[in-house]
Design a protein around this ligand. Structure first.
Ligand SMILES: [Zn+2]
Length: 449
């Protein structure tokens, strides 16, 4: 309804502007997603935008001109959405530069490597103009490896199974001692940057204590992957509960529980940021993970289905309508989260990988069964076996990988469960206990405990 009101208002423009006004796009939503790895600005419109951009130095700025558009109340709210803790963005200024041109000036805190692109409508989103501000200089040794992986992803150097192409710029040595994730960041993001030197020192100390994968005694490495984030809320419950928030809370809790049991744990994201699916897999491989668990909350288009689901990679033999629906929604996360490049079709020798995959699948099944057993203590199970689906996030050929759909956020009863910290804590414990069971059954890992 709002859209038609605006159109009416615009139609009273002078005649010479009438044609342009009718064809011009309306701003319907604006968002800013500050994160340590990159900051994203999203401008959502009724029609695709025509834009151009250029940088200005001293001080650092990025100018974006939007053609054939009129500044409206929605776009005017953008400057107020910039947070002090944003690592890259100082402030935003907007003006109606000429009658048909809007100028947006981003005042930057540091030199950035911007990526600006448009996305076609998907799911609940209309047309999006996306401005991603990546750090201009990525130090591959000292920074969180996620930054490096995101850079590689942007350059097409990460394959759909999370492996990197031979010409990937990272050149990460095989025996690299993994870097720990920063602690969960909320309002302390600014402090994080100030503390980066201290963190590096701590990392060196930690690395001394931790032996890497080649040595006899090392810690078991678990990568937890809280689904969705940033632009991509995941499933949204009828009470307004966001999957991305629920699963991040579970992952953080589970990380603590596993760490207290002596595991080395990394999260694919520890803040509200959208990360491409293949980058999540690449991060697990980069950390040489022994175990990968992707954490989600299910949804369906009716409120009836309920129960925890445990998934491993594989062809769904049952041609189950729900699994097909879930595959589509899972793998659609990149489009919703706002990434243009979905997977990568570059060819490589897959025979070795296939062999590895067979072995990995056996372990995934064992891990899945262990999780199934634990979750059946705290919730109804959606199926009493490990389900199979072609989820991109489960595509690491060499890491036992499981996706846990903790409960159905689309089921009102289970949404209540997911909203409660006690159930989330039970989920975290079930994952930790399931991992422990799997480790106990796996001699190569058991000897590390
Ligand atoms: Zn999900």
């Amino acid at each position: 309804m709002l859209g038609s009101v605006s159109t009416l208002l615009l139609s009273v423009s002078p005649a010479r502007h009438l044609l342009a006004a009718e064809a011009s796009s309306q701003f319907v939503a604006v968002r800013v997603w500050p994160a340590s790895v990159y900051t994203r600005i999203t401008i959502e419109t009724t029609l695709p935008l025509k834009y151009s951009s250029f940088p200005l130095n001293n001080p650092e700025r990025l100018v974006i001109d939007i053609g054939n558009a009129k500044l409206n109340e929605v776009l005017k709210t953008l400057p107020a959405k910039v947070l002090d803790r944003d690592p890259y963005l100082k402030q935003i200024r907007i003006s109606q530069y000429t009658p048909d041109l809007i100028r947006i000036v981003l005042d930057l805190k540091t030199l950035v490597d911007p990526q600006i692109f448009t996305l076609s409508p998907v799911e609940n989103f209309k047309n999006r103009l996306v401005i991603d501000l990546y750090p201009a200089v990525v130090n591959t040794v000292d920074d969180d490896p996620l930054m490096t992986l995101l850079q590689d992803y942007r350059h097409g150097d990460i394959l759909s199974d999370g492996t990197t192409t031979p010409n990937a710029r990272t050149n990460i040595p095989n025996n690299r001692v993994p870097l720990p994730d920063p602690e969960p960041l909320t309002d302390e993001l600014g402090d994080k940057i100030k503390d980066i030197l201290k963190q590096q020192k701590d990392t060196e100390k930690t690395n001394e204590k931790q032996s890497n994968k080649q040595s006899k005694k090392r810690k078991i490495i678990v990568v937890l992957d809280p689904g969705h984030g940033g632009e991509d809320p995941g499933a949204v419950g009828s009470s307004g509960l966001y999957e991305k928030d629920v699963v991040l809370a579970i992952a953080r809790d589970c990380k603590k529980k596993l760490e207290s049991n002596g595991y080395l744990v990394y999260l694919t994201r520890s803040e509200d940021v959208s990360i491409p699916l293949v980058v999540r897999v690449a991060k697990a491989r980069e950390h040489q993970a022994d175990i990968f668990i992707s954490i989600h909350a299910d949804s369906f288009y009716t409120p009836i289905p309920r129960g925890t689901g445990i998934f491993m990679r594989g062809i769904n033999q049952a041609s189950d309508e729900m699994v097909r629906y879930l595959e589509k929604t899972q793998n659609n996360a990149d489009a919703i989260g706002g990434f243009q490049r979905v997977g990568n079709k570059k060819m490589m020798d897959t025979s070795k990988l296939n062999l590895m995959q067979t072995q990995t699948n056996k372990h995934s099944l064992k891990l899945g069964k262990a999780l199934l057993q634990q979750f059946s203590k705290i919730n109804k199970m959606h199926k009493h076996y490990v389900e199979r689906a072609n989820y991109i996030v489960l595509s690491a050929p060499d890491i036992p990988s499981i996706l846990v759909e903790t409960a159905f956020i689309s089921n009102p009863e289970e949404e209540k469960l997911l909203a409660s910290s006690s159930f989330r804590s039970k989920c975290a414990q079930a994952i930790a206990d399931g991992i422990q069971t799997y480790v106990n059954q796996t001699p190569a890992l058991k000897k590390l405990t």
